[in-house]
Design a protein around this ligand. Structure first.
Ligand SMILES: [Zn+2]
Length: 390
């Protein structure tokens, strides 16, 4: 076995955060993860790991690292995203990787390059000291913080992986608590179309803003109150209208008005963008009848599935056994935020979100990860690799 191409998990994480990987959409830079991906690729090569890139149709590439012990051994998969949120307004050096007070400070230290570094160090140890009972796949994804297109490409092309993972560990900062359920999301743009006219004679036009007022009322008084489903670990189904834009000039009857709404889907709701659009259409039927000629368009801006704890139930004991061996708490929890595990779970692949660091430090102006957590994260991922897979 070749010597480690990096000194420690801390120095590996310092290297990871030194790459500016602010999400492509947020930073308007194509494939910002590329330099980090190339670095991980070079590490994999030095370690003698098989590596492969998975192209993402919307842009960029995921990196897949494979450790094969035998063609018949079950596969365990680990996922960590390479992109981060914006570094704007940060009060620390976002790429400095400074270690102080038992913490490593930088954008992405906690969300979620810490989990990626811990997974890679765990894999390095597994290959020297592990029980070699499992094949391990480690995937570094792109675009988690905006469109989750990296995971979607991975799932869409899972047939070409050549294996079906027995379980997937999605790295996010959970303080090493197993997250078995999280909400999904559907985000829509709803537009009304009117007819522009001079405001000197509004009767010559049709106000898209007036139409929208009725549309908003119907969504808030009919659609939103109809959402009743709740989940014990993730809360209640939600929907809210959070942006509005309409009109072009003070003396023109507005020809268009749009709102953007955010629908939070709880596990087990079985809702996706198309069903949400259909339900909203239904809620708008009375408005449609009362306002002849009303034009309402709905466009999907984003959708990701909920993480359903019915899908990962059989995998949870494996994670709990690894936690128990380190005397860590095993109580499963839910998360209100969305993760890459949702779309993986929707493909009926058991996925659990777990990783070092605290979500409270994610996306903050002075993001950090505690080094104790980071080290414990390595131990946990190594234990997971060594756990018997049922
Ligand atoms: Zn994250």
């Amino acid at each position: 076995m070749a010597a480690s191409p990096f000194e420690s998990v801390e120095s590996l994480l310092q290297k990871f955060v030194s790459f500016h990987t602010v999400n492509a959409v947020i930073s308007a830079r194509p494939f910002p993860e590329r330099p980090m991906l190339e670095y991980v690729e070079s590490i994999a090569k030095a370690m003698g790991l098989e590596s492969r890139r998975i192209p993402v149709p919307e842009g960029g590439e995921n990196l897949l690292l494979l450790h094969r012990v035998s063609p018949t051994a079950p596969w365990l998969m680990f996922v960590s995203h390479m992109d981060t949120v914006s570094t704007e307004g940060m009060t620390i050096d976002p790429i400095g990787g400074k270690i102080e007070g038992g913490r490593l400070w930088s954008r992405g230290a906690c969300d979620t390059k810490g989990t990626g570094a811990a997974m890679l160090e765990a894999l390095r140890r597994y290959r020297t000291d592990g029980n070699q009972q499992h094949n391990i796949a480690l995937i570094f994804t792109v675009d988690e913080e905006y469109g989750m297109t990296g995971t979607r490409a991975l799932i869409a092309n899972r047939g070409s992986l050549g294996f079906a993972p027995r379980g997937v560990i999605v790295g996010e900062p959970t303080m090493l608590r197993p997250v078995v359920a999280n909400n999904g999301a559907v985000r829509l743009k709803v537009t009304t179309r009117g007819v522009a006219a001079h405001s000197a004679d509004p009767s010559k036009g049709r106000s898209a803003i007036s139409d929208m007022a009725h549309v908003i009322d119907a969504i808030e008084s009919r659609y939103i109150p109809s959402l009743k489903t709740s989940h014990p670990l993730t809360g209640k189904a939600q929907c809210s209208i959070n942006m509005i834009h309409g009109g072009t000039q003070i003396n023109i009857i507005p020809a268009a008005c749009e709102v953007r709404l955010d629908r939070r889907v709880v596990p087990g709701e079985n809702e996706n963008a198309q069903t949400v659009i259909g339900a909203i259409k239904q809620a708008l039927a009375p408005v449609q009848a009362a306002r002849p000629g009303l034009i309402v368009e709905q466009e999907v801006l984003f959708g990701c599935a909920a993480l359903d704890d019915r899908v990962n139930r059989a995998f949870l004991p494996v994670v709990n056994a690894a936690l128990e061996s380190l005397s860590l708490p095993t109580a499963a929890i839910g998360a209100p935020y969305s993760t890459e595990a949702g779309d993986i779970s929707a493909a009926q692949i058991p996925a659990i979100v777990i990783g070092p660091g605290d979500i409270a430090q994610a996306h903050t102006k002075d993001e950090f990860i505690s080094l104790d957590q980071l080290e414990l994260g390595v131990d946990l991922y190594l234990e997971l690799m060594n756990q018997p897979l049922a």
